[in-house]
Design a protein around this ligand. Structure first.
Ligand code: BGC
Length: 733
């Protein structure tokens, strides 16, 4: 009943907007009739009303047209939960009491699940929360590639591999959008560091652009059918990405046929003519200053506000240019806030918590496990020393625009206490980072030496030591607006760990971070678990895996170098990362992440795709369906996965492909397929993975197109990029 009333009222609004038309729920979704309605609305709008729709009226909304019933458009960050309400004109929190949400695991964790089905669940759930919070556009997900472990925003993205990110981003978008909420995939493109992000000019080859940095965006558009996309702050070939002719007009809107809305990053527009002509549709965050705080309402001064109107009125810019933007915005509205069929959404319900916990459990990566240190039996009466600030620190607060007002957040210590009722758990903070701050470091006032001594004392008397360290969401850690300054662990954690190892070698490390870190102590510890930022359920999900209630199955979505200079971007010096303040050259070209480690024969500390289980798996009988293929065909790879251990578990079969004797530089191998398979203990499961032959093409700069080289290729099948159990040679004719 309530739903019907809602439908009728929205239909009334739309009819209102089109006086001459009748709309009903049946034809509202037919794209032809919607396009007709859009043209009708455009014909009724004044030029001022249309211009107003192209820029912000507040921090997170654009105006509607009241007299015609065209609604306002409301946006929110993204991408791990729906952000708390922000003030109309500044970055302060509005202090609402009904905007606490479910915080989902960070996208690095989602990527580590290698499970696209979970990405769909993630999208549906966060989309429902966005809808309940009356948001029309969710500002996420982010698919910038992991290029340097120092990038402060890596935790918001899906790792270093374009294929993995493509497979994971599509279902997320579909899930969000089935709620009548637009996903806004970001930051398009090449925003792979936070240092100088607001101006650095990125120079990268066409080949690396198309092979590494664009595929996840392309998949978002072509397969995910994303309704909006956010430009990035940086420049590419000396044009700001929020109004970049090549990226937005030629690639996004022409080549990929994107029919949605391009939104600036907040404060990402810099010029009226370029904003008007180079593909931007909605300008956000300028004037009141998207980046800092100002109380002066300057929305009319936005590049796409009065200055745009002036050029339109003088005839310097044709009204068609404006109409194209408004057409896209209205199309977005028919998909979201003018769609009478969209659901109401829901928030903080048990299903969302369950989805968050499932993703967290599947995304945790077990990287070392000497003498079966994990799982730790929860029935035992033992003393567990829990050391480290990250055992209690909130990780939903801080980090920049992705920060959340979580209704609940269970910290690791609490999660362990919930699960380990028989054990004695002794906690010591060990080190202190100081309070979370987005744009500055506030040093801790606690006595570091005293904290260390207390931790040593607790560790000495325990049966087991669990060290909860890593990074956090403070400025210069995993946080927007700046990059990390060093690769090593901050706040004296290395020194503390060395002391703890001396007094109690039965120690496992639980690393909470969205980035790789240096681990000089790795050979001295028994076990290592990478647990990301897990949101509302962090503590319970970590306890699930530590106790063995959940058998780990996560795989690293990016490589962990032993030292920073082993990373491709860093190995080329400052011009490659972070640039000279004006320009930056991606000198490693296509050899990003494991592509670099493999090809240059540099051993990473932990490899892309790596991750252990509490059981053991064996891959056997893997074959290709044929020996020779031609373009447009599929290669079907099939075989068995046996669970040879004593507990049920899941393994991710990964298929990489490399070209032999290529005429161009190529990575030794690239991920082209994967499948996560659940196998009961002692059982076998058959699996098959299909690879599109065309996906073996390289981007040929001489023809500005993809080129499928004929000849021999090696297919590598394994459970990690550095653990290949079968190689098969095939030929492309
Ligand atoms: C971030 C975006 C975010 C926007 C709005 C910007 O600073 O780069 O990712 O969506 O702010 O909060």
């Amino acid at each position: 009943m309530v739903r019907n009333i809602f439908k009728i009222s929205v239909v009334a609004i739309i009819c209102n907007a089109m006086t001459v038309m009748t709309v009903n729920a049946q034809d509202i979704n037919s794209s032809k009739s919607i396009e007709t309605k859009i043209e009708n609305i455009i014909s009724l709008l004044t030029i001022e009303e249309k211009v107003a729709m192209c820029h912000a009226q507040s921090k997170f909304s654009t105006p509607g047209v009241e007299r015609l019933g065209v609604p306002e458009l409301w946006m929110s960050d993204g991408p791990h939960g729906v952000r708390g309400e922000i003030n109309w004109d500044n970055w302060g929190y509005a202090g609402w009491t009904n905007d606490s949400i479910t915080a989902f695991p960070a996208l690095t964790c989602l990527a580590a699940t290698f499970n696209p089905n979970l990405s769909k669940d993630y999208g549906i759930s966060i989309g429902e929360e966005a809808r309940y919070r009356k948001k029309d556009v969710l500002l996420g997900p982010g698919v910038n590639m992991y290029r340097s472990p120092l990038n402060g925003r890596n935790f918001e993205y899906m790792g270093e591999d374009p294929f993995l990110a493509s497979k994971m981003v599509v279902p997320y978008i579909q899930g969000v959008q089935q709620n009548g909420v637009a996903a806004c995939v970001k930051h398009f493109a090449l925003n792979n560091q936070e240092v100088w992000r607001d101006h650095i000019n990125v120079e990268v080859s066409d080949r690396a652009l198309h092979e590494i940095y664009l595929p996840a965006f392309k998949a978002a558009v072509e397969e995910g059918k994303v309704w909006s996309i956010m430009g990035s702050y940086n420049q590419f070939r000396r044009q700001f990405c929020c109004h970049n002719d090549l990226l937005l007009n030629k690639i996004l809107k022409k080549d990929w046929n994107f029919d949605g809305v391009v939104i600036t990053d907040w404060g990402g527009a810099h010029d009226t003519k370029q904003a008007a002509l180079n593909g931007l549709d909605i300008e956000m965050g300028t004037g009141t200053d998207g980046l800092t705080t100002s109380t002066k309402n300057a929305y009319d001064s936005y590049y796409l506000a009065n200055p745009f109107l002036k050029l339109l009125k003088s005839g310097e810019i044709a009204e068609d240019v404006l109409n194209d933007k408004v057409r896209r915005i209205l199309r977005l509205m028919f998909r979201t806030n003018m769609n009478p069929n969209r659901s109401f959404g829901r928030m903080n319900n048990q299903e969302h918590i369950d989805v968050a916990r499932k993703i967290a459990g599947e995304g945790i990566v077990l990287l070392k496990n000497e003498a079966s240190f994990f799982p730790i039996d929860a029935s035992k009466k033992i003393t567990i020393a829990v050391i480290g600030e990250n055992a209690t620190k909130s990780m939903t607060i801080g980090g920049g625009s992705s920060e959340l007002k979580a209704k609940n957040e269970i910290a690791p210590l609490e999660g362990l206490k919930n699960r380990y009722k028989n054990a004695t758990i002794k906690y010591a903070m060990g080190y202190a980072s100081g309070p979370s701050a987005y744009d500055r470091v506030i040093p801790s006032t606690l006595d570091a030496n005293k904290l260390k001594q207390e931790a040593i004392e607790v560790a000495t008397k325990a049966d087991i030591v669990l060290f909860f360290g890593g990074l956090n969401k403070n400025h210069l850690q995993d946080c927007e607006g700046a990059d990390r300054k060093e690769f090593k662990l901050p706040f004296g954690q290395d020194e503390l760990l060395n002391e703890l190892i001396k007094v109690n070698p039965n120690i496992g490390v639980v690393l909470i971070s969205g980035n790789a870190v240096e681990m000089p102590w790795i050979s001295e510890i028994k076990a290592l678990m990478q647990t990301w930022y897990l949101g509302s359920v962090a503590g319970n999900a970590i306890a699930d895996v530590i106790s063995g209630d959940v058998n780990p199955s996560g795989k690293l979505p990016f490589s962990f170098p032993k030292k920073l200079s082993d990373n491709a971007a860093h190995s080329f010096g400052e011009l490659s990362y972070p640039g000279d303040g004006v320009n930056q050259y991606y000198k490693e070209d296509i050899l990003v992440g494991y592509r670099w480690f493999d090809t240059k024969k540099i051993k990473p500390l932990f490899a892309f795709g790596e991750g252990q289980s509490y059981t053991t798996f064996e891959l056997s009988k893997w074959t290709a369906d044929k020996k020779e293929y031609t373009k447009n065909e599929s290669i079907l790879i099939s075989g068995n996965v046996s669970n040879t251990g004593n507990i049920d578990g899941s393994e991710v079969v990964q298929v990489y492909v490399g070209k032999l004797n290529s005429k161009v530089n190529r990575a030794e191998k690239e991920l082209k397929g994967f499948q996560k398979i659940e196998v009961k203990k002692g059982e076998n499961a058959a699996a098959s993975i299909s690879i599109d032959v065309n996906s073996l093409s390289f981007y040929d700069e001489s023809i500005s197109n993809w080129n499928l080289e004929k000849g021999d290729y090696i297919i590598y099948i394994g459970n990690s990029s550095n653990n290949i159990s079968k190689k098969i040679k095939i030929t492309i004719k």
